[in-house]
Design a protein around this ligand. Structure first.
Ligand code: DCM
Ligand code: DCM
Ligand code: DCM
Ligand code: ZN
Ligand code: ZN
Length: 263
């Protein structure tokens, strides 16, 4: 996801924190540092020389055959340099490691906030066409690619604008209402059915499989090469964008509450 997606996920997560969860976040990030403000740090870090090691942690290249067959297999798909599933496992352990420096602990928290977001983006759980980066499309006439539209253009349209306090508040409040009393209220328990921080790899794999399935259901179903996406493709994608951002936020909140409860 782009900046709006990650900041919305962090804002939703923050809404669902227990008192212990809030205290846990401040103890890791520092007093007064919001989750939304650090949610995209990992995307800047991966382009730096010292942060290059973390570039593979943003995705898992599932070597499946969408749209006919979708699957994620950790042994097959998480390479020797790591993937989003192993990264969530590693940083769930590191954020709980009392021997780490304050700075490394903060980094572990920032990585978790980011990767529990990225794993709900269907194309971050897909090898096909480098997660859709190699599928050329247009957005409102401008050449771009399928992955970028899912990360940014479609999310900004769903949110009603680019990154601003007003946009984040409106979009996160809309999704929180759907979680609390709307169409997600009956399914949200399933989103956090895996919530044991001691089995992080199992949970993260199930989250990757959940998002990857959408590549067969919708994301890669239409042979999108050359397509203008700001039209019926966007309209069909919108329910999935709302769902995946809401899910990421609700899960991240529950994961942090579980970390706080285990501390
Ligand atoms: N490191 C890592 N994975 C871990 C723990 C540490 O890759 N689970 C790396 C991060 C640093 C180095 O090892 O590059 C030393 O880390 P630290 O200073 O936290 O011991
Ligand atoms: N790091 C990590 N996991 C890794 C590699 C690095 O958490 N697999 C983090 C630990 C440090 C930072 O990257 O906070 C840089 O580590 P170092 O300076 O020891 O290489
Ligand atoms: N990406 C992905 N799968 C890959 C490679 C990249 O999901 N195999 C993601 C990471 C970024 C976007 O695609 O969100 C663009 O990556 P990059 O800047 O590395 O080209
Ligand atoms: Zn992306
Ligand atoms: Zn990312």
């Amino acid at each position: 996801w782009g900046v709006v997606g990650h900041a919305t996920i962090a804002t939703i997560a923050n809404h669902y924190l227990t008192e212990a969860g809030k205290t846990y976040v401040s103890s890791k990030l520092g007093a007064g540092v919001t989750m939304a403000s650090v949610a995209s740090w990992a995307d800047n870090y991966r382009y730096t020389t010292v942060g290059r090691f973390s570039a593979p942690y943003h995705f898992i290249d599932a070597e499946d055959t969408p749209p006919s067959s979708c699957s994620v297999n950790l042994a097959r798909d998480c390479g020797p340099t790591g993937c989003v599933v192993s990264a969530i496992t590693n940083y769930t352990q590191r954020v709980q490691d009392s021997h780490l420096s304050v700075e490394n602990t903060k980094e572990a928290m920032e990585f978790l906030i980011h990767f529990i977001g990225d794993i709900t983006q269907p194309l971050h759980d897909e090898a096909e066409a480098v997660g859709g980066n190699d599928i050329s499309v247009t957005w409102d006439g401008t050449p771009t690619n399928l992955h970028a539209c899912w990360d940014t253009q479609m999310v900004e349209k769903a949110a009603g604008g680019s990154n601003s306090t007003a946009t984040l508040t409106a979009f996160s409040n809309k999704l929180i209402a759907m979680i609390d009393t709307g169409s997600y209220s009956s399914q949200k328990a399933g989103w956090i059915s895996c919530d044991n921080v001691a089995t992080a790899s199992q949970c993260a794999l199930s989250w990757a499989q959940d998002a990857n399935a959408l590549n067969c259901q919708y994301v890669l179903k239409a042979n999108e090469t050359g397509m203008e996406l700001d039209g019926s493709y966007y309209t069909g994608a919108l329910p999935y964008i709302d769902l995946q951002i809401a899910k990421g936020g609700y899960r991240l909140g529950a994961w942090i509450n579980a970390l706080a409860a285990a501390a």
